[in-house]
Design a protein around this ligand. Structure first.
Ligand code: PLP
Length: 402
C-alpha cells in the first residue's frame, strides 16, 4: 500500500471539488519578491486584478477582493446589505446552503429555508410562490447557491431573477458562485444579481484564502442603510481605497499575483472554451457513473453540476470507507458526504486546470478503486467517458483521416 513506502511517485489526484489543482503557471507567478503594498508597482497589480476580475463576474460594477476564504465573503455579503431581524429566503440545496443559513442566524438575521431532499437545485417557482406570499415585503434578501458543492446541483440563476421580478418583490438577490465561477457561465449584471460571492480556490485555480463580493448599485444603496456591525468586511473603505488602486490594509500580495495570472489564463483559453471543457468533463463523468451502474445523487438532469458529480454508494457500502481506501491505494482524494447522507455517497470534483487525459486518469483510478474495494459495479465506465470525449472532439475540422 502507498502509505508503507517512503515516497509516492507521480502526482496526487486531487479530485475534491475545490481547492482544485494549482497550475504551475500560477505557482510561478506567486513565486516573486514581496512588493510594497502602498507603492506604484502594487497599484498596477491591484488595477490588473480589480479590472480583470470584473470580466470573470461579467460586471462593470466594482468587485471587492477579501483576504479570506469564501466563508468570509458570505458574511460580508450579508452584513453589508441587511439589518438585524431581517427575513432572508434561502433554499436548502445541501450542506453549503445549510452553513450559509446557520451564519445568517448567527449574525441576527431570520433566515427561512425552502426545503429539498438535497438531490435537486433551487426551483424558481417555489421561490416565486414564497415571495408572493410575503405581501408586506418583509423578506429582504433571497440567497441561493449557484452550485451546491456538497451534492452537485446547479441552480438556474437567470430564471430565479425572473421569478423574483414576476412576484414584483424588491428583495435583494444574493448568489454564491464559489464552486461555479470561472467554470460555467455566470453573468452578474445581465442576471440582475445584487451580491455575487466568489472564492479563489475552485474555478479561479488559486490557493485558498481569497474571496469576492461583486456588487450592484442596489446593493451599494442598501449598504448605506445596513446597520449590522462590520469593520474588516465594510465595503465602504474597500471601495474608496480600491478606487485609487490600494486596499485599506495589507492585502494578500502573492495571491493577487496569482489572481492576475489566473485571469490571463482564463482569457487565453477563452471563457466559453473553459465552460465547454467543464461541461465535457461533467458529462463524461456522468456517463462513467451510469455505465458503472451507480446512481448520480442529483436526480434531475436539468440541475446537473458542471464541476462536481456526487455518486451514491450501493446499499451496505460506505462512501467514506471507500474514499479512505482509494486514497491509501491509489493516491486520489474525493469529496466527502454530509448531513443525512453521511457515508452514503462520495464526490468527484472535475474543475479547474485539468484536461481530458487527467479526467480519464481520475475516472480510471475510480474504476480500479471500485473493483479494489469490492463495490458492486459494472465495467466499462471509463470506456463510456472516453467514447463521449472523442465524440465531442470529432468534427470536420479535427478529422485526422485525410
Ligand atoms: C467551498 C464553498 C464554500 C466555502 O468556501 P471556503 O473557501 O471553504 O470558506 C461556500 N460555498 C460553496 C458553494 C463552496 O463550494
Amino acid at each position: 500500500m502507498a502509505q508503507n513506502s517512503a515516497r509516492t511517485a507521480g502526482r496526487h489526484f486531487l479530485q475534491i471539488p475545490g481547492p482544485s489543482p494549482l497550475p504551475d503557471r500560477i505557482l510561478r507567478a506567486m513565486d516573486t519578491p514581496i512588493i510594497d503594498h502602498r507603492g506604484p508597482e502594487f497599484s498596477k497589480l491591484a488595477k490588473r486584478c480589480l479590472d480583470g476580475i470584473k470580466t470573470i463576474f461579467k460586471t462593470t460594477n466594482p468587485v471587492i477582493i477579501y483576504t479570506a476564504t469564501g466563508t468570509g465573503a458570505w458574511e460580508a455579503a450579508l452584513i453589508n446589505t441587511l439589518n438585524t431581524g431581517d427575513r432572508v429566503l434561502m433554499v436548502e440545496t445541501g450542506q453549503f446552503a445549510t452553513l450559509w443559513k446557520k451564519m445568517a442566524e448567527n449574525i441576527g438575521l431570520k433566515p427561512e429555508f425552502i426545503p429539498t431532499d438535497w438531490r435537486t437545485g433551487a426551483d424558481p417557482k417555489l421561490i416565486e410562490a414564497k415571495l408572493r406570499e410575503d405581501k408586506k415585503h418583509e423578506i429582504k434578501a433571497v440567497c441561493v447557491l449557484h452550485n451546491e458543492t456538497s451534492t452537485g446541483a446547479l441552480s438556474p440563476i437567470a430564471e430565479i431573477r425572473k421569478a423574483i421580478d414576476a412576484a414584483g418583490h424588491p428583495a435583494l438577490f444574493l448568489v454564491d458562485t464559489i464552486s461555479s465561477l470561472a467554470s460555467t457561465d455566470y453573468r452578474h449584471d445581465e442576471w440582475g444579481v445584487d451580491v455575487t460571492v466568489g472564492g479563489a480556490q475552485k474555478g479561479l485555480m488559486l490557493p485558498p484564502g481569497m474571496s469576492f463580493n461583486a456588487v450592484s448599485d442596489k446593493a451599494i444603496a442598501a449598504s448605506k442603510n445596513s446597520r449590522l456591525p462590520k469593520s474588516f468586511w465594510s465595503w465602504e473603505d474597500m471601495l474608496n481605497m480600491n478606487k485609487v488602486g490600494f486596499f485599506p490594509y495589507t492585502p494578500a500580495t502573492q495571491m493577487l499575483h496569482g489572481l492576475a495570472e489566473g485571469i490571463d489564463m482564463l482569457h487565453e483559453e477563452g471563457l466559453d472554451n473553459v465552460f465547454a471543457r467543464h461541461d465535457r468533463f461533467a458529462e463524461a463523468t456522468r456517463r462513467a457513473v451510469k455505465a458503472w451502474g451507480l446512481e448520480i445523487m442529483c436526480k434531475d438532469a436539468k440541475y446537473y453540476s458542471p464541476t462536481i458529480t456526487a455518486v451514491m454508494m450501493p446499499e451496505g457500502h460506505n462512501g467514506d470507507a471507500f474514499r479512505a481506501q482509494a486514497l491509501d491505494t491509489f493516491n486520489i482524494s474525493y469529496g466527502a458526504s454530509f448531513g443525512a447522507y453521511t457515508g452514503k455517497y462520495f464526490r468527484i470534483g472535475h474543475l479547474g486546470d485539468i484536461n481530458d487525459g487527467y479526467l480519464v486518469g481520475a475516472l480510471g483510478i475510480t474504476e480500479m478503486a471500485l473493483a479494489h474495494a469490492g463495490i458492486p459495479h459494472k465495467k466499462g465506465g471509463v470506456q463510456s467517458a472516453m467514447d463521449y470525449i472523442v465524440s465531442v472532439h470529432a468534427g470536420p475540422k479535427r478529422a485526422a483521416a485525410e
